[in-house]
Design a protein around this ligand. Structure first.
Ligand SMILES: [Fe+2]
Ligand SMILES: [Fe+2]
Length: 406
Protein backbone atom coordinates (compact mmCIF):
# COMPACT_ATOMS: atom_id res chain seq x y z
CA UNK A 1 0.00 0.00 0.00
CA UNK A 2 1.26 3.49 -0.76
CA UNK A 3 2.25 5.56 2.23
CA UNK A 4 2.40 9.37 2.01
CA UNK A 5 5.32 9.45 4.43
CA UNK A 6 7.56 7.16 2.49
CA UNK A 7 9.17 7.74 -0.87
CA UNK A 8 7.66 5.97 -3.80
CA UNK A 9 9.19 2.61 -4.51
CA UNK A 10 9.08 0.87 -7.86
CA UNK A 11 6.01 -1.28 -8.14
CA UNK A 12 6.26 -4.96 -8.87
CA UNK A 13 5.22 -5.87 -12.39
CA UNK A 14 1.49 -6.35 -12.49
CA UNK A 15 -0.06 -9.59 -13.57
CA UNK A 16 -1.73 -9.34 -16.95
CA UNK A 17 -5.35 -8.20 -16.79
CA UNK A 18 -7.84 -10.99 -17.34
CA UNK A 19 -9.10 -10.79 -20.83
CA UNK A 20 -12.68 -9.80 -21.31
CA UNK A 21 -15.14 -11.17 -23.73
CA UNK A 22 -15.67 -8.02 -25.75
CA UNK A 23 -18.04 -9.50 -28.22
CA UNK A 24 -21.03 -7.95 -26.49
CA UNK A 25 -19.51 -4.49 -25.97
CA UNK A 26 -20.96 -1.80 -28.11
CA UNK A 27 -18.60 0.48 -30.00
CA UNK A 28 -20.85 3.37 -29.11
CA UNK A 29 -18.64 5.91 -27.29
CA UNK A 30 -21.43 6.52 -24.81
CA UNK A 31 -21.47 2.88 -23.75
CA UNK A 32 -20.50 2.28 -20.13
CA UNK A 33 -17.48 -0.05 -20.03
CA UNK A 34 -18.25 -3.41 -18.48
CA UNK A 35 -16.98 -4.29 -15.02
CA UNK A 36 -14.48 -7.18 -15.03
CA UNK A 37 -16.28 -10.28 -13.90
CA UNK A 38 -13.47 -11.34 -11.59
CA UNK A 39 -13.98 -8.22 -9.48
CA UNK A 40 -17.68 -8.80 -9.20
CA UNK A 41 -17.20 -12.39 -8.23
CA UNK A 42 -14.60 -11.65 -5.57
CA UNK A 43 -15.83 -11.79 -1.98
CA UNK A 44 -13.91 -10.99 1.21
CA UNK A 45 -13.09 -13.83 3.57
CA UNK A 46 -16.14 -14.92 5.53
CA UNK A 47 -14.50 -13.88 8.80
CA UNK A 48 -14.73 -10.24 7.69
CA UNK A 49 -18.36 -10.42 6.79
CA UNK A 50 -20.94 -9.20 9.26
CA UNK A 51 -23.79 -10.18 7.05
CA UNK A 52 -23.21 -12.86 4.50
CA UNK A 53 -23.94 -11.64 1.05
CA UNK A 54 -24.56 -13.99 -1.82
CA UNK A 55 -21.59 -14.55 -4.08
CA UNK A 56 -22.19 -13.09 -7.48
CA UNK A 57 -22.13 -15.95 -9.91
CA UNK A 58 -19.63 -15.99 -12.72
CA UNK A 59 -22.27 -15.64 -15.31
CA UNK A 60 -22.04 -13.09 -18.10
CA UNK A 61 -22.86 -9.66 -16.67
CA UNK A 62 -22.24 -7.51 -19.69
CA UNK A 63 -25.49 -5.77 -20.39
CA UNK A 64 -26.94 -6.40 -23.76
CA UNK A 65 -30.29 -4.74 -23.47
CA UNK A 66 -30.98 -1.07 -24.13
CA UNK A 67 -32.86 -0.95 -20.84
CA UNK A 68 -29.74 -1.62 -18.79
CA UNK A 69 -27.23 0.52 -20.71
CA UNK A 70 -28.21 3.41 -22.93
CA UNK A 71 -26.87 2.77 -26.39
CA UNK A 72 -27.33 6.34 -27.41
CA UNK A 73 -28.62 9.47 -25.79
CA UNK A 74 -29.76 12.61 -27.51
CA UNK A 75 -27.77 15.78 -26.75
CA UNK A 76 -29.45 17.97 -24.20
CA UNK A 77 -31.70 20.68 -25.51
CA UNK A 78 -30.84 23.69 -23.35
CA UNK A 79 -34.43 24.90 -23.60
CA UNK A 80 -35.42 21.90 -21.50
CA UNK A 81 -33.26 22.99 -18.57
CA UNK A 82 -34.96 24.51 -15.57
CA UNK A 83 -33.65 26.09 -12.40
CA UNK A 84 -35.61 23.61 -10.27
CA UNK A 85 -37.68 20.55 -11.12
CA UNK A 86 -35.74 20.03 -14.36
CA UNK A 87 -35.25 16.60 -15.84
CA UNK A 88 -32.19 17.16 -18.04
CA UNK A 89 -28.86 15.51 -17.26
CA UNK A 90 -27.34 17.54 -14.41
CA UNK A 91 -23.87 16.29 -15.36
CA UNK A 92 -23.80 17.98 -18.77
CA UNK A 93 -22.67 21.57 -18.47
CA UNK A 94 -23.17 22.87 -21.97
CA UNK A 95 -24.99 23.96 -24.03
CA UNK A 96 -26.02 26.58 -21.51
CA UNK A 97 -29.51 27.76 -20.88
CA UNK A 98 -28.19 30.27 -18.35
CA UNK A 99 -24.93 31.61 -19.84
CA UNK A 100 -25.07 34.49 -17.38
CA UNK A 101 -24.51 31.98 -14.56
CA UNK A 102 -21.26 30.89 -16.20
CA UNK A 103 -20.24 34.56 -16.48
CA UNK A 104 -20.80 34.98 -12.75
CA UNK A 105 -18.47 32.04 -12.15
CA UNK A 106 -15.78 33.56 -14.37
CA UNK A 107 -16.13 36.96 -12.69
CA UNK A 108 -16.06 35.43 -9.21
CA UNK A 109 -12.69 33.93 -10.01
CA UNK A 110 -11.29 37.39 -10.69
CA UNK A 111 -11.78 38.37 -7.05
CA UNK A 112 -9.38 35.92 -5.52
CA UNK A 113 -7.46 36.64 -2.35
CA UNK A 114 -6.81 35.22 1.07
CA UNK A 115 -6.85 37.14 4.36
CA UNK A 116 -3.13 36.49 4.73
CA UNK A 117 -2.45 38.77 1.75
CA UNK A 118 -3.42 41.88 3.67
CA UNK A 119 -1.21 43.61 6.18
CA UNK A 120 -2.95 43.94 9.56
CA UNK A 121 -0.08 45.43 11.56
CA UNK A 122 -1.47 48.94 11.75
CA UNK A 123 -4.89 47.60 12.79
CA UNK A 124 -3.43 46.06 15.93
CA UNK A 125 -1.97 49.44 16.87
CA UNK A 126 -5.16 51.32 15.94
CA UNK A 127 -7.35 49.01 18.00
CA UNK A 128 -5.13 49.21 21.07
CA UNK A 129 -4.23 52.89 20.96
CA UNK A 130 -6.50 54.88 18.70
CA UNK A 131 -10.06 53.54 18.83
CA UNK A 132 -12.38 54.89 21.48
CA UNK A 133 -14.35 52.46 23.64
CA UNK A 134 -17.42 53.17 21.50
CA UNK A 135 -15.48 52.43 18.32
CA UNK A 136 -14.13 49.19 19.78
CA UNK A 137 -17.69 48.21 20.63
CA UNK A 138 -18.67 48.81 16.99
CA UNK A 139 -15.69 46.89 15.62
CA UNK A 140 -16.13 43.85 17.88
CA UNK A 141 -19.85 43.52 17.35
CA UNK A 142 -19.72 43.92 13.61
CA UNK A 143 -17.22 41.04 13.53
CA UNK A 144 -19.31 39.06 15.97
CA UNK A 145 -22.38 39.34 13.77
CA UNK A 146 -20.49 38.65 10.56
CA UNK A 147 -18.70 35.51 11.77
CA UNK A 148 -21.97 33.76 12.51
CA UNK A 149 -23.72 35.15 9.45
CA UNK A 150 -21.16 33.90 6.99
CA UNK A 151 -21.35 30.37 8.32
CA UNK A 152 -25.09 30.51 7.76
CA UNK A 153 -24.54 31.88 4.27
CA UNK A 154 -22.30 28.91 3.52
CA UNK A 155 -24.79 26.40 4.90
CA UNK A 156 -27.67 27.98 3.05
CA UNK A 157 -26.11 27.93 -0.37
CA UNK A 158 -24.20 24.66 0.05
CA UNK A 159 -26.77 22.56 1.84
CA UNK A 160 -30.19 24.05 1.13
CA UNK A 161 -29.93 25.69 -2.28
CA UNK A 162 -27.39 23.87 -4.43
CA UNK A 163 -29.01 20.46 -4.15
CA UNK A 164 -32.30 21.84 -5.46
CA UNK A 165 -30.84 23.31 -8.63
CA UNK A 166 -31.27 21.23 -11.78
CA UNK A 167 -28.92 23.10 -14.13
CA UNK A 168 -25.18 22.57 -13.60
CA UNK A 169 -24.14 26.09 -14.63
CA UNK A 170 -26.06 27.35 -11.59
CA UNK A 171 -24.53 24.82 -9.26
CA UNK A 172 -21.00 25.63 -10.40
CA UNK A 173 -21.26 29.27 -9.43
CA UNK A 174 -22.87 28.24 -6.15
CA UNK A 175 -20.01 25.84 -5.47
CA UNK A 176 -17.64 28.79 -5.82
CA UNK A 177 -19.92 30.76 -3.52
CA UNK A 178 -19.69 28.07 -0.84
CA UNK A 179 -15.89 28.36 -0.98
CA UNK A 180 -16.08 32.15 -0.77
CA UNK A 181 -18.33 32.05 2.29
CA UNK A 182 -15.81 29.78 4.00
CA UNK A 183 -13.07 32.23 3.00
CA UNK A 184 -15.05 35.06 4.55
CA UNK A 185 -15.33 33.17 7.83
CA UNK A 186 -11.56 32.65 7.72
CA UNK A 187 -11.16 36.39 7.18
CA UNK A 188 -13.15 37.35 10.28
CA UNK A 189 -11.33 34.70 12.28
CA UNK A 190 -8.02 36.11 11.02
CA UNK A 191 -9.03 39.63 12.09
CA UNK A 192 -10.23 38.45 15.52
CA UNK A 193 -7.06 36.45 16.05
CA UNK A 194 -4.72 39.18 14.81
CA UNK A 195 -6.27 41.92 16.90
CA UNK A 196 -6.12 39.57 19.89
CA UNK A 197 -9.81 39.51 20.76
CA UNK A 198 -11.24 36.79 22.99
CA UNK A 199 -12.49 34.30 20.38
CA UNK A 200 -14.85 32.40 22.66
CA UNK A 201 -16.47 35.59 23.86
CA UNK A 202 -16.77 37.19 20.41
CA UNK A 203 -18.16 34.06 18.76
CA UNK A 204 -20.64 33.56 21.56
CA UNK A 205 -22.13 37.04 21.38
CA UNK A 206 -24.83 36.12 18.91
CA UNK A 207 -26.31 33.90 21.61
CA UNK A 208 -26.29 36.51 24.36
CA UNK A 209 -26.81 39.83 22.60
CA UNK A 210 -30.52 39.98 21.72
CA UNK A 211 -30.03 42.43 18.84
CA UNK A 212 -27.55 40.11 17.11
CA UNK A 213 -29.44 36.97 18.09
CA UNK A 214 -32.65 38.27 16.55
CA UNK A 215 -31.12 38.69 13.10
CA UNK A 216 -29.48 35.26 13.27
CA UNK A 217 -32.74 33.71 14.45
CA UNK A 218 -34.59 35.17 11.45
CA UNK A 219 -32.03 33.55 9.14
CA UNK A 220 -32.20 30.28 11.00
CA UNK A 221 -35.96 30.06 10.61
CA UNK A 222 -35.70 30.53 6.84
CA UNK A 223 -32.80 28.11 6.61
CA UNK A 224 -34.46 25.40 8.69
CA UNK A 225 -37.57 25.61 6.53
CA UNK A 226 -35.61 24.62 3.42
CA UNK A 227 -33.10 22.23 5.00
CA UNK A 228 -35.65 19.54 5.82
CA UNK A 229 -35.08 16.25 4.01
CA UNK A 230 -37.45 15.17 1.28
CA UNK A 231 -38.68 18.60 0.20
CA UNK A 232 -40.72 18.19 -2.96
CA UNK A 233 -40.51 21.33 -5.08
CA UNK A 234 -43.31 20.15 -7.34
CA UNK A 235 -45.52 20.99 -4.37
CA UNK A 236 -46.48 24.65 -4.88
CA UNK A 237 -46.35 25.54 -1.18
CA UNK A 238 -42.88 24.06 -0.81
CA UNK A 239 -41.71 25.80 -3.96
CA UNK A 240 -43.00 29.18 -2.83
CA UNK A 241 -41.41 28.70 0.58
CA UNK A 242 -38.09 27.87 -1.10
CA UNK A 243 -38.27 30.95 -3.31
CA UNK A 244 -39.10 33.12 -0.31
CA UNK A 245 -36.17 31.68 1.64
CA UNK A 246 -33.73 32.19 -1.25
CA UNK A 247 -35.15 35.68 -1.81
CA UNK A 248 -34.55 36.46 1.83
CA UNK A 249 -30.96 35.22 1.72
CA UNK A 250 -30.09 36.97 -1.56
CA UNK A 251 -32.12 40.17 -1.19
CA UNK A 252 -32.14 40.83 2.56
CA UNK A 253 -29.35 38.84 4.14
CA UNK A 254 -26.64 39.30 1.52
CA UNK A 255 -28.11 42.21 -0.40
CA UNK A 256 -28.69 44.54 2.55
CA UNK A 257 -27.52 43.14 5.88
CA UNK A 258 -24.11 42.21 4.54
CA UNK A 259 -23.78 45.07 2.10
CA UNK A 260 -24.77 47.57 4.75
CA UNK A 261 -23.12 45.62 7.56
CA UNK A 262 -19.59 46.53 6.56
CA UNK A 263 -20.21 50.27 6.50
CA UNK A 264 -19.47 51.02 10.20
CA UNK A 265 -15.94 49.65 9.64
CA UNK A 266 -15.61 51.57 6.37
CA UNK A 267 -16.49 54.70 8.34
CA UNK A 268 -13.39 54.04 10.47
CA UNK A 269 -11.34 53.45 7.33
CA UNK A 270 -12.40 56.84 5.99
CA UNK A 271 -10.69 58.37 9.02
CA UNK A 272 -7.52 56.32 8.43
CA UNK A 273 -8.35 53.67 11.05
CA UNK A 274 -8.50 49.85 10.78
CA UNK A 275 -7.50 50.00 7.15
CA UNK A 276 -6.37 46.37 6.98
CA UNK A 277 -9.71 45.06 8.23
CA UNK A 278 -11.50 47.41 5.88
CA UNK A 279 -9.52 46.17 2.92
CA UNK A 280 -10.44 42.60 3.87
CA UNK A 281 -14.09 43.60 4.02
CA UNK A 282 -13.88 45.31 0.65
CA UNK A 283 -12.90 42.01 -0.94
CA UNK A 284 -15.72 40.25 0.89
CA UNK A 285 -18.13 42.94 -0.23
CA UNK A 286 -17.24 42.36 -3.85
CA UNK A 287 -18.11 38.68 -3.41
CA UNK A 288 -21.33 39.53 -1.64
CA UNK A 289 -22.43 41.88 -4.39
CA UNK A 290 -22.13 38.99 -6.81
CA UNK A 291 -23.84 36.54 -4.43
CA UNK A 292 -26.81 38.81 -3.92
CA UNK A 293 -27.08 39.70 -7.58
CA UNK A 294 -26.86 36.04 -8.65
CA UNK A 295 -29.38 34.89 -6.07
CA UNK A 296 -31.84 37.59 -7.10
CA UNK A 297 -31.48 36.57 -10.72
CA UNK A 298 -32.06 32.90 -9.88
CA UNK A 299 -35.14 33.76 -7.82
CA UNK A 300 -36.54 35.85 -10.67
CA UNK A 301 -35.89 32.99 -13.07
CA UNK A 302 -37.75 30.49 -10.86
CA UNK A 303 -40.69 32.86 -10.54
CA UNK A 304 -40.80 33.16 -14.32
CA UNK A 305 -40.36 29.48 -15.15
CA UNK A 306 -42.71 28.17 -12.50
CA UNK A 307 -45.26 30.97 -12.89
CA UNK A 308 -45.17 31.80 -9.20
CA UNK A 309 -47.21 34.62 -7.74
CA UNK A 310 -45.74 35.54 -4.39
CA UNK A 311 -48.05 37.28 -1.95
CA UNK A 312 -47.12 41.02 -1.95
CA UNK A 313 -48.16 41.31 1.70
CA UNK A 314 -45.77 38.51 2.65
CA UNK A 315 -42.97 40.26 0.77
CA UNK A 316 -43.65 43.64 2.38
CA UNK A 317 -43.71 41.93 5.76
CA UNK A 318 -40.31 40.36 5.04
CA UNK A 319 -38.80 43.78 4.31
CA UNK A 320 -40.41 45.41 7.34
CA UNK A 321 -39.24 42.66 9.70
CA UNK A 322 -35.75 43.00 8.25
CA UNK A 323 -35.85 46.75 8.83
CA UNK A 324 -37.07 46.34 12.42
CA UNK A 325 -34.28 43.86 13.18
CA UNK A 326 -31.68 46.11 11.54
CA UNK A 327 -32.95 49.12 13.50
CA UNK A 328 -32.53 47.29 16.82
CA UNK A 329 -29.09 46.12 15.75
CA UNK A 330 -28.04 49.64 14.71
CA UNK A 331 -29.09 51.13 18.05
CA UNK A 332 -27.17 48.43 19.90
CA UNK A 333 -24.10 48.99 17.73
CA UNK A 334 -24.25 52.77 17.95
CA UNK A 335 -26.12 53.93 21.05
CA UNK A 336 -24.34 57.21 20.36
CA UNK A 337 -22.79 58.25 17.07
CA UNK A 338 -19.11 57.75 16.44
CA UNK A 339 -17.25 60.33 14.41
CA UNK A 340 -18.65 60.12 10.87
CA UNK A 341 -21.29 57.43 11.50
CA UNK A 342 -24.55 57.04 13.38
CA UNK A 343 -27.41 54.59 13.84
CA UNK A 344 -29.56 57.03 11.88
CA UNK A 345 -27.17 56.82 8.91
CA UNK A 346 -27.14 53.04 9.15
CA UNK A 347 -30.92 52.66 9.15
CA UNK A 348 -31.43 55.20 6.37
CA UNK A 349 -28.88 53.39 4.24
CA UNK A 350 -30.58 50.05 4.91
CA UNK A 351 -33.86 51.44 3.57
CA UNK A 352 -32.22 52.92 0.52
CA UNK A 353 -30.39 49.69 -0.37
CA UNK A 354 -33.50 47.60 0.42
CA UNK A 355 -35.44 49.59 -2.17
CA UNK A 356 -32.74 48.88 -4.71
CA UNK A 357 -32.80 45.13 -4.07
CA UNK A 358 -36.60 45.07 -4.06
CA UNK A 359 -36.60 46.80 -7.41
CA UNK A 360 -34.34 44.10 -8.87
CA UNK A 361 -36.66 41.45 -7.42
CA UNK A 362 -39.66 43.19 -9.02
CA UNK A 363 -41.14 43.81 -5.57
CA UNK A 364 -43.01 46.95 -4.68
CA UNK A 365 -40.58 49.49 -3.21
CA UNK A 366 -40.80 48.79 0.55
CA UNK A 367 -39.53 52.16 1.85
CA UNK A 368 -40.65 54.96 -0.46
CA UNK A 369 -38.67 58.17 -0.11
CA UNK A 370 -35.54 56.54 1.39
CA UNK A 371 -32.41 58.49 0.52
CA UNK A 372 -28.82 57.50 -0.07
CA UNK A 373 -27.36 58.41 3.31
CA UNK A 374 -23.90 57.01 2.56
CA UNK A 375 -23.09 57.75 -1.07
CA UNK A 376 -19.51 56.62 -0.48
CA UNK A 377 -20.62 53.04 0.27
CA UNK A 378 -20.99 52.04 -3.38
CA UNK A 379 -17.40 53.10 -4.00
CA UNK A 380 -16.31 50.40 -1.58
CA UNK A 381 -18.11 47.75 -3.60
CA UNK A 382 -16.57 48.95 -6.83
CA UNK A 383 -13.05 48.69 -5.50
CA UNK A 384 -10.44 48.67 -8.22
CA UNK A 385 -7.24 47.08 -7.07
CA UNK A 386 -4.61 46.90 -9.73
CA UNK A 387 -1.57 46.86 -7.46
CA UNK A 388 0.17 43.85 -5.96
CA UNK A 389 -0.62 43.47 -2.29
CA UNK A 390 2.97 42.85 -1.37
CA UNK A 391 6.19 42.42 -3.21
CA UNK A 392 5.83 38.69 -2.62
CA UNK A 393 2.56 38.51 -4.50
CA UNK A 394 3.36 36.84 -7.77
CA UNK A 395 0.25 37.36 -9.77
CA UNK A 396 -1.63 40.56 -10.28
CA UNK A 397 -5.04 40.79 -8.76
CA UNK A 398 -7.62 40.97 -11.50
CA UNK A 399 -10.63 43.11 -11.18
CA UNK A 400 -14.01 41.88 -12.32
CA UNK A 401 -16.21 43.86 -14.63
CA UNK A 402 -17.83 46.94 -13.20
CA UNK A 403 -20.44 45.89 -10.69
CA UNK A 404 -23.53 47.89 -11.29
CA UNK A 405 -26.76 47.52 -9.42
CA UNK A 406 -28.88 50.03 -11.27
FE1 LIG B 1 -19.99 35.84 2.77
FE1 LIG C 1 -22.53 35.59 0.43
Amino acid sequence: MLNWDEPLTPQAPRAPEPSLDTSAISTDPGMIPPIPQDILAETPPESLLIVKTPVIAKTPVIAKTPDAVPVSAKPINPDDKRVVNGLTDINQLAPFKYPWAWEYFLNANKNHWTPLDINMTQDVHDFQHKLTLEERHVYENVLSYLTTSDIMAMRNIGLAVMEKMTAPELQIYQARQVYEEAMHTWTYQHCIETIGLDQGEIYNRYRVVPEIHHKIQMCNQRLDSVLRPGIDLTDRDELENFVMAYTFFAGVFEGTWFYNGFSPIFALQRRGLMKGTSEQLQYIMRDEVLHASFGIRVCNQIVLEENIKLDPKMIQQMWEEAEAAETQYAHFLLPDPILGYSAKDHIAQFRFIANRRANKLHHKIPFPGAENALPWLDEQANLKKEKNFFETRVTEYQTGGALNWD
